[in-house]
Design a binder for this molecule. Sequence first.
Ligand code: SF4
Ligand code: SF4
Length: 195
Amino acid sequence: MVKSFGCWPLTEDCETNGEDMKTFLDEVNEKIHGVPIQRCYHCRKCTAGCPLASVMEYNPNKIIKMIQLGMKEKVLGSSTIWLCASCETCITRCPNEVDIARMMDALREMAIVSGVGAREKNVLHFHEAFLANIRSNGRINETMMTVNYKLKSGDLFSDAAMGISMFMKGKLALISPKTKDIQSVRGIFDKTKNA
Ligand code: SF4
Ligand code: SF4
């Protein structure tokens, strides 16, 4: 069960009563360690440039507004946070340097940790397959990553013809060399997991 925070507009109590009165906005700001979300003045330049805004449930600017309004369950349960491709077009355009890509990353993590889960399950499966491949090799082997993703998602045959064609043209390798210092790469994963 996700705790909801309706502490908006901020009152003196919200700001002074410590941990228990932490707003959703506070939680997100703590996670992104950058420009606070409230620097956004809703000019919508981020949304105008976002290549995925047209397919998002709530556009990037709206997600910021919802965070400011404490709409935690709706934000964490939305497909938007999973559809963001982390392309960083938004921060390039933002006059206030609000890092929406990092914010979306923090929101995805919060969705998993809080038990809401991923609204776009296959996006989560893709992230897992990508990271497992990096942890194992230190770099991506497209063939193995794709096989892992296909097994996780259960979507076994949708791109099969294209995959075979790419393989025949030598675009997909079955084996690729590991990074020399693979232990350092795994150390980064372990540190991140325990952080
Ligand atoms: S471009 Fe920046 S200031 Fe403008 S709406 Fe987006 S996040 Fe807010
Ligand atoms: S990082 Fe995400 S929200 Fe920002 S422009 Fe790219 S897809 Fe859109």
